[in-house]
Structure formats: C-alpha cells, structure tokens
Design a protein around this ligand. Structure first.
Ligand SMILES: Cc1cc2nc3c(=O)[nH]c(=O)nc-3n(C[C@H](O)[C@H](O)[C@H](O)COP(=O)(O)OP(=O)(O)OC[C@H]3O[C@@H](n4cnc5c(N)ncnc54)[C@H](O)[C@@H]3O)c2cc1C
Length: 600
C-alpha cells in the first residue's frame, strides 16, 4: 500500500488534553492543524481518567505566595519556578477556554462559601448536584486536600463528566482541525537541523502516513511501561523517544512514580472516594501488625511503604476505615459517575469493601508520569527547532521530584498545550514547508514497517515482559541503589542490542507493540542512567546508598541527549541561586520530611 502524504502547518501528536489545547490554539491563530492519535482522540490518554484540575484565581481570594511556596517545598527547590508561576497565573484562562468549548464542571451549592478545608477538611463549600458552565465571575466547586504538612494551599476543580474530551473534539472539528485517529507516529523527520515532518502508520490497515509540516507539537503523554494493574496502557514514552532520536534534550527523567496496588484485585487502589468525603484517616500496618506511617503522607506512600518491606517488615495492609458506608452512598454514586471511578467499582466487584475490609497492598513502579520529558523553555520549544512539547511529554520541571499537588497534571497539560500551540503557529508563519521526494518516502515506509517484514524472531510480548520484569520491582526504581540500577541498566542495554534487532511484528496491531517496546527501551535507558547519576535523595527520588538531600552538589537538573556518535550524553544545569531557598537553615528545618534510613 503506497504511503499517504499530508501537508500541514502544525502537526499535533496525541489527542489528550495537552493536544487539544495545542491544536485549538494553533488553529485559532490561523495555522492549518492536523491532530494524530494512536487511539481515538476524545476517549484516550490519561486525561480521560483525570477527574480534577488545580485552579488558582486571585479574585477568589487565593494567595499566590502560599501556592508557590507549596510547590517549592514539595519540589524541594528543584522545580522551575518560572513554570510554577505560569501554571498558577494561566490556569484560569485555560479553564475558561474549556468552559467555552462546552466542558462542564461541578458547581458550588449557592450560598456556600470559602472552600473545603477551612474548618473541616471539606469545609463549608458544598458541591451542587448540578454540573454546568460557570460564568467568569462565578467560582465553581473547589476542594483541597489537607493531608500533608505541605499540601494545604492549592484547590482543585472537578470535571463534570468522564467523557469531557469529546467536547474538546467537537470544538476542534468545528474550527477545521483535521483529526486522524488510529495512527501511531513513529519518527520525526528533520531537514537542515529543523523539524520538517513526521511518519507513522495506521494501526488498523497498516497504511503508512507521512506528514510534511512546519512544526510538530509532541503531546503524546508520559512514559509508562504498561503495567497490567494500571488502566491506561497507551503512553509508552513515544514522544520522549521520538524527540530523543531527533536530538532533543530530555530533563527530569530520573524521577518516577510508584502506585499502590491491591494484591487481591491486581489493580491500583486510590482512596479517592474516601478522601473526597473528607475522611482521610488512613491506617496501614506492616506484617508485624504495627502502624508504621506518620503524618508525612506524601513521602510514606511512595518511599516508606516499600522501605518497610525492604527492611523485612512486609507485607503491608490497608486497615478498614470503619466509617459507615451507608452514610455516604449518594456521594459515592456521584464519585463513581464523575471521577476515575473504576477502582472503587473494581474493588467492589472483587468483594473488597474499602470502608470495612483489611486488604494487602504493595507499591509498584509505573513509570515517569508527571515529571520529566522533552526539555522545554517557556514557549514550549524543545532544543530542536520546530519541535514543541506539551503535557506529560514535556519536561518543564514544574513539579520537581514529587507530584506537586492533585490536579496539577491537567493544569500543566492545558497551559503547556496552549503555549505550544500558540508559539508553534507563530513559528510556522515564518517558514516555508518542505516536500519529500518519492525516494525519501520509500525510506520512511521501510523505517516504519521494517519489523513487520522481519517475519520471525523474538515476539514483542517477550520483550515487553522482560522490560517489565526488570523495572517494576520496587527495589529497582523506587528504593534505588547503584548496584541494582546498574544491573537493571545492563538488562535494558542487552534488550536494546540483542533482543530488539531480532524482534518482529506479526501484524499491524503488533507493529504498534513493536514501536512501543522500542520506545520504552529508550525511556528505560534514560531513566536508569539519570537515576544512577543523581547521587542523593530528594522527595520521591530515594537512593538507599545516598539517603540525604545533597544541596551542595545536587541543586541541579540532569539533561540527557543523544550525542553525535549515537551514545547518550548526560550533563547538568544548575538551579538558579534565587530558587534554592534558604541554604543556611539546618537540614531538618529546610526539609520537614526525613527518610527513615536517615534516622537510623
Ligand atoms: C489514572 C490517572 C488519573 C489521573 N487523575 C488526575 C487528576 O484527577 N487530575 C490531574 O490534574 N491529573 C491527573 N492525572 C494526570 C493527568 O491525567 C495527566 O497529567 C494529563 O492527562 C496529561 O495530559 P496529556 O495530554 O499530556 O497526555 P494524555 O492525556 O495521556 O494524552 C496523550 C495521548 O497521546 C497518544 N499517543 C501516545 N503516543 C502516541 C503516538 N506515538 N502517536 C499518536 N498518539 C500517541 C495517547 O494515545 C494519548 O491519547 C491522572 C493520571 C492518571 C493515569
């Protein structure tokens, strides 16, 4: 089948929230825009699962300094404070965009004031039964979690329905954006050091797609490794890998995320339903029946849990909340309809009542969900001219080593998406696009389809399983140590050099798997090399062999890039002096949360 060729100004890769903001903004700025999505844009991506978005607005009484301080404390002085300010200040305008596109949000019961969290964890504001479109001056329902020493300032709005991105899709189509679904992009194309296009294939019929364009916005989400217990499987670091191969710099890649998995259900468990009711007194016990967590909630869940197991005190149990569930049935129904929902339903179906049952949980690595990605400046430009990045594909360093606050992923996706679309449209306005020759197109076809033609060798499933077995155990990427990281890297390099060249795709569907494992291997290699390099602990980044923050040597970002010789180069960039906080403070005051291994 001959390749299909398309010409556009801006190509947006990925149809999640960042992709829609980028596409709509670029189109409204006058650019011709095509959005390509490997699933179906409108129902795909992490954005589909997100239930809420952080929203700052001074006119509603929010204090900029308090919100900034929260980010900086949680980011432990290595977040990019310029990006923190941009997210806080521009989130409101992006929220208004979404309201105008027809996305509903939860409203506040008239007459209720403040926001939850003032007196009571869920305070005075009451969520209305109605969803709707708040007027500019009208504050929607916002809530905040008062669960840690740091997380106390920010507030979050709630999307009014699960299929919210379908409203964005409708808006995008109405203004002339061409949406191409079920096409996976596999490689960027450069000419004279700039982006000139991209290639991919249709996962249904195997047709090769070639795009000639002035700019690409990479909005294809995060780097995860398809854990069976995690509902979203589409984000395999394709953007990071494509950008890396095209020579773009990556940053923040050493930071990753673990998730609590309920052993009996093999599913991630989230205390969302309980937390949203303001009932947040979690109790966890170890194998000896001891309660082992203190009030430092956002550290223990990611570090102290697996550390407890690492010390030989596992397994870990979630103890019953012992609230009378029947008092909350209406609220739970609302939660189930609007939010992530599936986890509660899955637990229920498995016969585990999170209110009343004790169940075993463990922490497993997922990938690089929020931090890390293609290094961007405040125009969302990467280091390759014509390549922009947004959302989870973008390395803005807004959040540092720890997830800043609930709702910040969607705020980041919306704000970076808008900026990427705006500046990409400006950029293409100044340039002529290229036209590829037939010979070049034949080369692209070969690059996309090669694995399909191989016909025999290792299966993609085999390679995926090996990657997962290497990275998922908590002692590799959560409780880290140099020798274990190096052992894992040796495995990944082996897969790269000896398995991947002999891996074949059995059909078009499997060709997608092939390109995904290829990209995951790039992501894993960057992750492990950068994690080996950072010889300290900070936030959710924990090194057993360096269990303290090292302000003298590690107030730095790590940058990874493909060198001229094809080898990965690593370098560092200093955090500006004015962002480092008060370095004269004793360690214990500067870092309110200490790791258990530091005490011992
Ligand atoms: C379960 C879950 C719940 C969450 N809840 C919240 C929340 O309540 N609030 C919050 O703020 N954040 C939340 N987050 C984080 C938040 O969802 C993300 O930060 C945000 O959705 C990122 O948006 P995005 O557009 O960058 O990526 P995504 O929404 O993930 O979109 C990326 C899209 O790119 C597509 N794609 C990938 N590779 C390719 C390719 N090669 N070619 C073509 N298309 C490709 C994918 O199929 C996908 O549709 C949650 C995340 C998860 C996983």
């Amino acid at each position: 089948m001959a390749a299909q060729c398309f010409k556009t100004d801006v190509l947006v890769v990925g149809g999640g929230l960042a992709g829609f903001h980028a596409a709509i903004t670029a189109r409204e700025a006058g650019a011709k825009v095509i959005m390509v999505e490997k699933n179906y844009s409108g129902t795909s991506g992490h954005s589909t699962f997100a239930r809420d978005m952080m929203l700052f607005h001074e006119e509603w009484g929010d204090c900029l300094q308090d919100w900034r301080d929260q980010f900086i404390h949680i980011g432990e002085y290595i977040n990019d404070q310029e990006w923190v300010d941009i997210l806080l200040k521009e989130g409101y305008d992006r929220f208004r965009d979404m309201v105008n596109w027809g996305m509903p949000f939860y409203l506040r019961e008239p007459g209720t004031t403040g926001f939850p969290g003032d007196d009571h964890p869920y305070g005075n504001a009451v969520m209305s039964d109605e969803i709707g479109f708040p007027k500019p001056e009208e504050e929607p329902f916002r809530y905040r979690h008062q669960r840690t020493k740091y997380r106390k300032s920010t507030a979050i709005i709630k999307f009014g329905k699960r299929e919210k991105l379908m409203d964005a899709r409708k808006k995008a189509l109405s203004i002339g954006i061409e949406i191409i679904d079920h096409v996976m992009m596999t490689e960027l194309i450069k000419r004279d050091g700039r982006i000139a296009g991209a290639m991919g294939f249709n996962t249904r019929d195997g047709g090769v797609y070639v795009f000639e364009c002035g700019a690409v916005v990479m909005a294809c989400g995060s780097l995860t490794f398809k854990p069976a217990y995690f509902s979203v499987q589409c984000n395999t670091g394709d953007g990071v890998a494509m950008g890396y191969r095209a020579g773009a710099e990556l940053t923040g890649m050493e930071f990753g995320t673990g998730m609590w998995v309920c052993k009996d259900v093999d599913s991630v468990t989230i205390d969302g339903p309980v937390a949203e009711l303001g009932l947040t007194e979690d109790c966890f016990t170890n194998g000896k029946g001891e309660e082992f967590l203190d009030d430092t909630a956002h550290l223990p869940t990611n570090i102290h849990w697996p550390l407890e197991v690492h010390k030989g005190k596992g397994p870990l149990f979630h103890e019953p909340y012992n609230y009378d569930r029947s008092n909350f049935e209406d609220a739970l129904k609302k939660y189930d309809e609007t939010a992530e929902g599936p986890w509660l339903t899955m637990m229920d179906r498995a016969g585990i009542d999170i209110f009343h049952d004790r169940f075993e949980q463990y922490m497993s690595f997922i990938g690089n969900i929020w931090p890390g990605g293609l290094k961007i400046n405040t125009k969302c430009e990467t280091s390759v001219p014509g390549l922009y990045a947004a959302g989870d594909s973008a390395g803005s360093n807004f959040t540092g080593p720890t997830y800043g606050t609930l709702g910040s992923g969607m705020c980041h996706a919306a704000v970076t998406g808008h900026r990427a679309g705006k500046f990409a449209a400006e950029y293409v306005g100044e340039r002529d696009s290229v036209t590829f020759t037939q010979a070049e197109i034949r080369e692209f076809e070969q690059a996309v389809m090669g694995a399909l033609e191989r016909g025999y060798g290792f299966t993609t499933e085999h390679v995926l399983t090996r990657i997962q077995q290497t990275l998922f155990p908590y002692e590799v990427r959560i409780i880290m140590k140099e020798d274990r990281l190096k052992a894992a890297l040796t495995m990944i390099e082996f897969f790269r050099d000896h398995l991947l060249p002999k891996t074949y795709a059995s059909d078009f569907r499997d060709l997608r798997n092939y390109h995904e494992v290829r990209n995951m291997i790039v992501g894993a290699e960057v992750m492990l090399k950068t994690a080996i390099m950072r010889q300290e602990s900070r936030g959710w980044f924990f090194r057993e062999d360096y269990p303290r923050r090292d302000d003298e040597n590690w107030l730095k970002w790590i940058i990874a890039q493909k060198g001229q010789d094809g080898e990965m180069t690593l370098s560092t960039q200093d955090i500006p002096m004015e962002w480092r906080g008060d370095l004269s403070l004793p360690y214990e005051e500067r870092y309110m949360l200490q790791y258990r291994l530091e005490e011992e």
